[in-house]
Design a protein. Structure first.
Length: 46
């Protein structure tokens, strides 16, 4: 993978983590995500 592609994937990961981190615990629970698993969910979304 090129450096650009790696950077783009990393940015998508960081954006996902940031967005999920701003949700309340109730909102996360509604979508089936626990706060401790945000990074794992973000990795799977790539």
């Amino acid at each position: 993978m090129s450096i650009f592609a790696n950077y783009r994937r990393w940015r998508m990961y960081r954006n996902t983590v940031n967005e999920l981190s701003h949700l309340s615990d109730e909102q996360l629970r509604d979508i089936g995500v626990y706060r401790g698993s945000i990074e794992k969910v973000a990795r799977r979304s790539l």
